[in-house]
Design a binder for this molecule. Structure first.
Ligand code: NAP
Length: 256
């Protein structure tokens, strides 16, 4: 049985409010579920209200406490409005997970300006906008956990993904800098670097590519959304109190 389907609900995040971006599908949706199963109230942020509503309804059916906030993370005024809306209702933000992300792959010689800038605007600028808005709240609270979803591609580079790799490497630099700026305020900032995880993003890859990828992974398979979500849960938990500025790889041993 998959871990997420287990019926236990532990409560060590009871009373905590979490914001997860990119929560309508894939990794962000599973992170929302795992945080809510452990007691957090989760504000699920995303672009498509249809995806958000479907995702939140399925979690509410399980008795979990979530709400939806429609917001394009690449627009700083929308992000500030979303955070104000969350604060008005919830009064606090203890955990922020920056999970919204896109790819627009292509080799450098053919990559258009807009394909480069759009990926940077969503992945990197979106992470910056949400972190800045949430950090203002967390500094006042003297408590916070920011968890950014980077990628091993931000560490290793990857042909055809100049835009995506630059955005994820940028997230790693942003993470380390915020960790240093905010450590004295009892706020930790860490990044996860997933390898290849089964979601819509990797479903786009041809079957042959996915088989070849699995052969390059020491553990022999692609990861699951739960593999990423449980790492978020750990970093958001009191057990990770003394961990900040780190990049945790969740990749079945691909990059060591
Ligand atoms: P996904 O299934 O494609 O989902 C991406 C999510 O991001 C969707 O909910 C999408 O919203 C949201 N999003 C995209 N642009 C947005 C915007 N401008 N504003 C708000 N939300 C936006 O992707 P995933 O595989 O779950 O990936 C989640 C994160 O993990 C991404 O940051 C990705 O780069 C990272 N990652 C994934 C893998 C992998 O193998 N899957 C590996 C390493 C890192 P809509 O539903 O509205 O479109």
């Amino acid at each position: 049985m998959s871990l997420a389907k287990q019926t236990f609900v532990s409560a060590f995040l009871e009373g905590k409010t979490a914001v997860v971006t990119g929560a309508g599908r894939g990794i962000g949706k599973m992170i929302s579920e795992i945080l809510a199963r452990n007691g957090a109230f989760v504000s699920m942020v995303g672009r498509s209200s249809k995806n958000l509503n479907e995702a939140s309804e399925s979690l509410k059916m399980k008795g979990l406490k979530v709400e939806t906030i429609q917001c394009d993370v690449s627009d700083s005024s929308q992000v500030d409005a979303a955070v104000a809306q969350i604060l008005e209702k919830q009064g606090s933000i203890h955990i922020l997970v920056n999970g919204a992300g896109i790819t627009k792959d292509g080799l450098i010689l053919r990559m258009k300006d807009e394909d480069f800038s759009e990926v940077l605007r969503v992945n990197l600028f979106g992470t910056f906008y949400f972190s800045r808005a949430a950090a203002k709240v967390m500094v006042k609270q003297k408590e916070g956990k920011i968890i950014n979803i980077a990628s091993i591609v931000g560490v290793t580079g990857n042909p055809g993904q100049a835009n995506y790799a630059a955005s994820k490497a940028g997230i790693i630099g942003l993470t380390k800098t915020l960790a240093k700026e905010l450590a004295s305020r009892n706020i930790t900032v860490n990044a996860l670097a997933p390898g290849y995880i089964v979601t819509d993003m990797t479903e786009k890859l041809p079957e042959k590519t996915r088989t070849e990828l699995a052969e390059r992974i020491p553990m022999g398979t692609l990861g699951s959304t739960e593999d990423v979500a449980y790492a978020v849960l750990f970093l958001a938990s009191p057990y990770a109190r003394y961990i900040t500025g780190q990049v945790l790889h969740i990749d079945g041993g691909m990059v060591m």
